[in-house]
Design a protein around this ligand. Structure first.
Ligand SMILES: Nc1ncnc2c1ncn2[C@@H]1O[C@H](COP(=O)(O)OP(=O)(O)OP(=O)(O)O)[C@@H](O)[C@H]1O
Length: 351
């Protein structure tokens, strides 16, 4: 697939060298300039503090607030998302991650603030126009159309915009050519995501993981330069998880910027170049995954007083769960359990 941003960002093309230790499976990324770019993500000399300036931001948000009654769901003073990188947006349940996604993509309107994508101001821009500018998203609960075959879901992802439709009605032969082009693109993407065998199946017949893949494939129909994924791993079985991870890395290797919300800390540690942490609507920490997971504000946001845990380490998390089970103030085992509760729930489901 040829994705949009590459040609237009030649000046920003990374020049880093390949990092050592890549496995044979990932050999095709070893010489890829986007995968091996080692230049700092922050702008010259800046420390990785909440709201820090980036060397090459693709999204810049200022003073974005969203209140539901008395609750300030989002209160982001300043945030920059680095171009050509994979950024994870993490935080406990209710931190405001999805609301921020909704605001940035035009699915919700903030009480205040401004934000831009690739230099275009997006305040007040409708979601379909945001997508046309090159910024697409998926949803926590997939929005594939169950009663339509997979191929139709794909074609809709690249469907004509309202103005284009009138034009096509007047000149049907143009529509035929466009439909052929859309179908070919859809088939290429289905093959890439190994969903081609499901082409004629109703989307409703697919597993949760396959629907996530379909939603991601459909998002790529518009050849975006930024893909925003809301909990891509939720409900995905372990076999498909690896494939999803690889697809996300492939996007990066093509110069696509990825921003994703995720509770799965192993995934965050495995693929994120940068992590932004939200708690109670605010950005409370930012930085490379290894450093952020040790940050006191992050550990506080997730785990209260249990400061000695490495959030990316399964043994550490298991130990913590055992500790919390004994702790009367702990939310483990209740509906507020958040990250740890989800991991426990997933294990129960697998058992
Ligand atoms: N439409 C709404 N009306 C009222 N409150 C809302 C609405 N949408 C979100 N909220 C509240 O805003 C806060 C932030 O919610 P949001 O879904 O953005 O959090 P999140 O970080 O994405 O959480 P999770 O990880 O559980 O998905 C929560 O307290 C939520 O209940």
């Amino acid at each position: 697939m040829t994705t949009g941003p590459h040609a237009q960002n030649d000046a920003a093309q990374p020049t880093g060298t390949a990092t050592a230790g890549e496995t044979a499976d990932y050999a095709h990324w070893a010489d890829n300039p986007y995968m091996t770019d080692v230049r700092p993500i922050v702008s010259d000399g800046a420390a990785p503090t909440p709201g820090c300036a980036k060397r090459d931001p693709i999204i810049v948000a200022d003073g974005v607030t969203r209140q539901f009654g008395a609750l300030k769901a989002v209160d982001v003073a300043h945030l920059e998302i680095p171009r050509h990188k994979i950024t994870a947006l993490i935080g406990p349940n209710g931190a405001g991650k999805t609301t921020l996604f909704n605001l940035l993509t035009g699915f919700d309107t903030p009480q205040s603030g401004r934000w831009s994508f690739d230099g275009h101001s997006l305040a007040g821009v409708a979601p379909h126009k945001v997508a046309r500018l090159g910024m697409v998203r998926t949803f926590q609960l997939t929005k594939v159309l169950g009663k339509l075959p997979v191929i139709e879901n794909m074609r809709l992802g690249g469907a004509a915009q309202p103005g284009e439709r009138i034009y096509m009605a007047l000149f049907p032969w143009l529509w035929k050519a466009r439909e052929k082009e859309l179908t070919e693109k859809a088939d290429r993407l289905l093959a890439r995501f190994k969903l081609d065998a499901k082409r004629e199946d109703y989307a409703a017949s697919m597993s949760g993981g396959q629907r996530k893949l379909l939603e991601m494939a459909r998002a790529l129909m518009t050849e975006p330069s930024l893909v925003m994924l809301d909990e891509p791993m939720a409900g995905v079985n372990p076999a498909l998880k690896q494939s999803l991870l690889d697809h996300i890395k492939d996007l990066k290797s093509e110069g696509v910027t990825v921003l994703f919300v995720e509770h799965d800390m192993h995934m965050v540690r495995h693929i994120a170049d940068w992590v932004v942490v939200m708690a109670e609507g605010r950005v409370v920490a930012e930085g490379p995954p290894d450093e952020v997971m040790k940050d006191k504000a992050v550990v506080d946001a997730y785990l209260g007083a249990h400061h000695d845990v490495d959030l990316g380490d399964s043994a550490g998390v298991a130990e913590l769960e055992a500790e919390l089970a004994e702790d009367e103030e702990s939310v483990v085992g209740t509906q507020d359990a958040g990250l740890l509760g989800e991991e426990e729930h997933e294990r129960e489901e697998k058992a």
